[in-house]
Ligand binder design. Structure first.
Ligand SMILES: *Cc1c(COP(=O)(O)O)cnc(C)c1O
Length: 472
């Protein structure tokens, strides 16, 4: 399995057009600023689907990931996957439990890892893949990332104390929940650097993108990323679409739909990959909060990025985006994988801040639908879900439940992806239910732990300077 760049320019110094998995594992972007994608999605035939139905989660994960990571010897990959998906790390041997919420809606429980958010599923595997790849090549790596909350903590928990790796995580100062802040800033491992940037998430993300685009700086300081454009994360997320499908159907003749609370479009893009591989997915419903750039695109064909002042801070901070960093991958598929067309569209986007895909035939062909959800609707949904099923859901998951209920079809199970546990967003739970979210015992004292972070202005120069001084 080889990877290409969405903009056609290839990877690394030599701009190699097609590279294997390990060559893109530690990188976010191609040399031309494009994103890595497989040259073709693997196709799963009916016999394979039947054989996969009764596998355990770790075994299924191995079968899926090996199709994308063909340059890692199977015995090594199996070891890495089995060491990642344990009952100890994810709270139960199922790893991803499925819970019925009534009315044809089920919830895929993705948030039982160490940071209580779905990003752990991908990031815990990534930590082990990184350690493996670095040990193999004797390299060091300085991971630079931007987070509005969950990506950062998941990356830090995956890489804390690992040999040969340091983490530099930019976050918008004062914009994460107290719980998310405590989760990240309480880590004391010297290889973890929390950089609190005086700005919004997109400024953090732009700084990381600028660093990623500076090939010589990256090389000089062994810099890589784990933000949501990392391809290995998408691959790890593909697994639970298969898992959710098997757990919600009794034969492989059935179809299911998924509703995904979306921000940077990584989670739902993994669903798109699963569908392209042949998983019988009816619809992929993209659910957004008030920052509705994606919902607008799926409704109108117009993609218009928002300015930072137009981007509002909501009770679902992990979805407060002005543009979606993985979206380029989908558009590449929508334009029939034509890198010239994709590059032209991105040139338009950079010039005008918008583009339009007027011919909307793709919407049906790829099964996409969308919807959005306000704060008041989240509160109402948290309440109604609790009243009807006794389950307390976090506000991000509530966005998806609200939108899912609008898209349920008879005879097609609708799976909502749970992206965080409610304990991470207790203020909103109190507002909705008047009670505290159930607190996971291992994190009871989290808010009282000592915190450490470095404050920096929202400039590329300040972050570069810090990296030069602290990179391993
Ligand atoms: C990251 C995140 C999202 C958005 O996922 P994307 O892959 O960026 O679309 C939604 N909810 C929570 C809780 C998250 O952490």
């Amino acid at each position: 399995m080889n990877y290409l760049s969405t903009r056609g320019g290839g990877f690394g110094k030599g701009r190699t057009p097609l590279v294997p998995f390990l060559d893109i594992l530690l990188e976010g972007l191609a040399a031309d600023g494009g994103l890595a994608l497989p040259e073709a999605y693997p196709s799963i035939d009916r016999d394979t689907l039947d054989a996969w139905r009764y596998l355990t989660y770790p075994d299924l994960a191995f079968e899926v990931v090996r199709l994308f990571a063909t340059d890692i010897p199977a015995v090594d990959l199996r070891g890495l996957v089995l060491k990642t998906y344990t009952a100890d790390a994810f709270g139960s041997p199922e790893i991803v439990p499925v819970t019925s919420l009534g009315g044809g809606v089920r919830m895929l429980g993705l948030s039982n890892g160490p940071t209580l958010a779905f990003k752990d599923i991908a990031m815990q595997l990534l930590g082990n893949l990184f350690e493996y790849a670095l040990a193999k090549t004797g390299r060091r790596l300085n991971v630079v990332g931007a987070t509005s909350g969950d990506t950062g903590s998941a990356a830090e928990y995956a890489l804390r104390g690992k040999q040969g790796v340091a983490v530099f995580m930019l976050s918008p100062a004062g914009r994460m929940s107290p719980f998310q802040t405590a989760q990240m800033f309480s880590l004391q491992e010297p290889n973890i650097h929390n950089l609190a940037i005086d700005g919004v998430f997109d400024q953090c993300q732009d700084i990381v993108k600028a660093i990623s685009n500076d090939a010589s700086f990256k090389r000089a300081h062994a810099i890589g990323t784990v933000n949501s454009i990392n391809w290995a994360r998408i691959v790890a997320q593909v697994v639970y679409y298969f898992w959710g499908y098997f757990k919600s159907t009794s034969t492989n003749d059935e179809r299911v739909s998924f509703t995904v609370p979306s921000g940077n479009f990584g989670n739902i893009f993994a669903g798109h990959v699963a569908r392209e591989m042949g998983l019988p997915i009816d619809r992929l419903v993209c659910a957004t909060n008030e920052n509705d750039v994606l919902d607008e695109f799926f409704r109108t064909g117009v993609y218009r990025v928002r300015s930072s002042t137009e981007t509002v801070a909501t009770s679902t901070p992990s979805m407060d985006i002005s543009k979606a960093s993985n979206f380029e991958r989908l558009v590449f598929d929508l334009v029939d994988r034509d890198p010239a067309r994709l590059s032209a569209i991105w040139t338009t986007l950079e010039r005008d801040g918008r583009f339009e895909l007027a011919d909307r035939a793709w919407a049906a062909r790829f099964g996409f639908a969308s919807g959005k959800c306000s704060h008041a609707e989240r509160i109402a949904t948290i309440r109604s879900t609790y009243e009807s099923s006794g389950v307390v859901v976090d506000p991000h998951t509530a966005v998806a439940i609200k939108v899912a209920r609008e898209h349920v079809q008879d005879g097609v199970p609708m799976l909502v992806l749970e992206t965080a546990l409610p304990a991470k967003f207790n203020e909103t739970i109190r507002e909705a239910l008047g009670i505290d979210a159930p607190a996971p015992p291992r994190l009871e004292d989290l808010l009282d732990r000592p915190q450490r972070a470095t404050s920096l202005p929202p400039t590329l120069a300040a972050v570069r300077q810090y990296l030069v001084e602290h990179a391993s």
